[in-house]
Design a protein around this ligand. Structure first.
Ligand code: JAH
Length: 270
């Protein structure tokens, strides 16, 4: 996979030389290219921003350097021209669709991804329109909060996508395990010593009883999802829940009404 990142702070992306993603680059599983937007300016001050038309606070990224940088990336794209396919351009933005694991799986299949890191109040909208001629443009958010620019969002997305590229993770079984996590949060994990600072590992995990261990872990998944992510509980398919699961959910504050899971004591509930 080829990935291009355009930023006025290319040093921010230095973290992508480290860990699993750095190893994938060294092993040529990932061709990652970071570009300094200021290299595509022509004035003495390497200007990338200007005042907003219509007024308002802050500055807007001017279109010309972006057009030059993205034009070069589109020209160099390994995506076959005339195939109808285009490289994907991800534009981190608090106004984008929220990034999730499903998007990570989809983007991990792409041959060429590019990321445009905005700063200030954002990029002149005409750049986004114009880029759509050469790229499949996707405004994407990594959550409902405002950063100072797209760089940190790109670090998160490249890590989530990069680890799904075949060969990047040493033990692909861990990917298979997380892919069938059933829409629940993970169960808690423990390692040696069995007693640490007076705290015991749950006894069942030392028992060797694999049936009991599976039930314990499933209960922990249901309980912590009910407590922390009730939005995920109400989306569960009731048909995937056995009588133990239903009992655990009941004791975690949920009921099954007309084949749907609902929070107990919510309006409309007895
Ligand atoms: C902020 C350009 N959802 C995460 C996110 C992504 C990008 C930005 N903020 C938050 C951002 C300022 C300028 C992009």
């Amino acid at each position: 996979m080829r990935i291009d990142v355009v930023s006025i702070f290319p040093e921010y992306l230095a973290a992508l030389d480290l860990s699993l993603i750095g190893k994938a680059r060294r092993e040529n599983l990932l061709d990652l290219n970071v570009h300094d937007l200021r290299d595509y300016t022509h004035d003495r001050h390497r200007t990338v921003d200007d005042t907003p038309y219509g007024g308002g606070a802050g500055m807007v990224m001017k279109p010309e350097p972006w057009a030059a940088a993205l034009g070069r990336i589109a020209t160099e794209s390994p995506v076959a021209k005339g195939s109808g396919d285009k490289p994907i351009l991800i534009v981190p933005s608090p106004a984008g669709a929220v990034f999730n694991q499903e998007m990570a799986y989809e983007l991990a299949e792409a041959e060429h991804l590019a990321f445009a890191c905005g700063r200030y109040e954002g990029i002149d909208e005409r750049v986004i329109e114009s880029a759509a001629e050469a790229f499949d443009v996707r405004p994407v958010s990594i959550g409902d909060y405002v950063l100072n620019g797209g760089e940190v969002a790109v670090l998160a997305m490249v890590e989530a996508i990069g680890r799904l590229i075949p060969g990047v993770i040493g033990n692909p079984e861990s990917l298979v395990e997380e892919s069938h996590s059933d829409g629940l949060l993970e169960y808690p994990v423990y390692t040696k010593p069995a007693t640490w600072e007076g705290r015991e590992v749950p006894e069942v995990l030392l028992s060797g009883n694999h049936g009991k261990i599976a039930r314990f872990r499933r209960n922990k998944q249901l309980e912590r999802t009910a407590a922390r992510r009730p939005d995920l509980i109400v989306q569960l398919d009731v048909a995937t829940l056995n009588r133990h699961d239903r009992d655990t959910l009941w004791h975690s504050g949920f009921a099954i009404v007309d084949g749907k899971i609902v929070a107990k004591g919510e309006a409309g509930q007895v």
